[in-house]
Design a binder for this molecule. Structure first.
Ligand code: MBD
Ligand code: FE
Length: 308
């Protein structure tokens, strides 16, 4: 018997048909990606001789992930969201583009539409006995000139590492504010010092991390979107120096340029000027924005977000 050398194996033909390669309809890019993904998955099943029970455990895991809405949390924990940053950095470096303040992941806990004010906002509702935090800085361009009218969109966790909206015990938009910079490019907020986040211990992300022998903790951090007309949108975070998880973030977001030193303020006069009237922690962080070359760069990427 002679075998046609161009003949596909049974698996090749299965994968081609299941990813729609022989259909005129559908989306070409999507088909090609699905074909690669399915091929890689079948190779993994074969390589590890995955049992039926293991396979259905994995399928069911996806259901659990969806039920608990933790898919984006897992993407952060597996380092995939950070990998997108690595690729964006790499592309900028290859193109020889200027970079201002470095980017780092958005994470899964943003809520759009936080209250907007000019130059200053109070972020906490006073319900928590946390250490008051005075967070401030300046937004400038690459030449060091202030960027007026920049929107600094800030969000962070409370003293238990929880984020409002996702943690229903907090008031609406608690620890979420947008501040517009003045002519001097400056912003300032009064808030409370955040604690590090930990994955829900009973959730599917932590369950997977446990199997990897990994923890699900992040150092104390503050998230920012910084945007202004004519400048590239910046998604970033600062990590508070001194946190035990500073260089052991389960979501890989820490960068040397994004570490802020908390400073203890005991000067009564300064505390009074800030209307805090007690010892508190000061955190300062400046942002450098890069001019945009195309209009789309001014906006954050499209992604499903709460209230957006
Ligand atoms: C967070 O607060 C966070 O920023 C990320 C990336 C993942 C989980 C919780
Ligand atoms: Fe966070």
């Amino acid at each position: 018997m002679s075998v046609n050398p161009a003949k596909q194996t049974e698996l090749e033909s299965l994968l081609a048909i299941s990813s729609g390669l022989n259909s005129e309809q559908g989306n070409e890019r999507f088909k090609a990606i699905m074909h690669q993904l399915l091929s890689d998955l079948c190779q993994t099943i074969r390589k590890f001789d995955i049992t039926d029970e293991e396979f259905w455990l994995a399928v069911n895991y996806l259901n659990e992930l969806g039920e608990r809405k933790e898919a984006a949390l897992l993407a952060a924990g597996l380092g995939l969201e950070h990998y997108l940053d690595m690729r964006a950095d790499e592309k900028e470096a290859a193109a020889g583009l200027d970079v201002g303040t470095p980017r780092t992941i958005e994470g899964p806990l943003y809520v759009a539409g936080a209250p907007l004010s000019k130059q200053f906002a109070r972020m906490d509702d006073g319900s928590e006995a946390g250490e008051p935090m005075w967070l401030y800085g300046q937004v400038t361009d690459l030449q060091g000139q202030p960027v007026a009218g920049a929107i600094v969109d800030i969000w962070h966790a409370n003293t238990l590492g929880g984020y409002s909206f996702f943690d229903q015990s907090q008031s609406e938009y608690h620890l979420r504010r947008r501040v517009e910079t003045g002519a001097d490019g400056r912003y300032a907020v009064r808030s409370i010092v955040p604690y590090g986040y930990g994955c829900p211990p009973d959730g599917p992300t932590q369950k997977l991390l446990n199997q990897l022998g990994r923890h699900g903790n992040r150092p104390a951090h503050v998230h920012f979107f910084v945007s202004a007309p004519g400048y590239k949108h910046l998604t970033t975070q600062i990590n508070l120096n001194g946190d035990a998880y500073l260089w052991d973030d389960f979501a890989f977001a820490t960068r040397e340029e994004l570490i802020a030193d908390p400073v203890k303020i005991t000067d009564d006069k300064l505390a009074k000027e800030r209307d805090i009237h007690q010892p508190h922690t000061e955190v300062s962080f400046n942002f450098t924005l890069v001019e945009s070359a195309q209009a789309g760069e001014e906006n954050r990427i499209k992604r499903a977000r709460v209230m957006e």
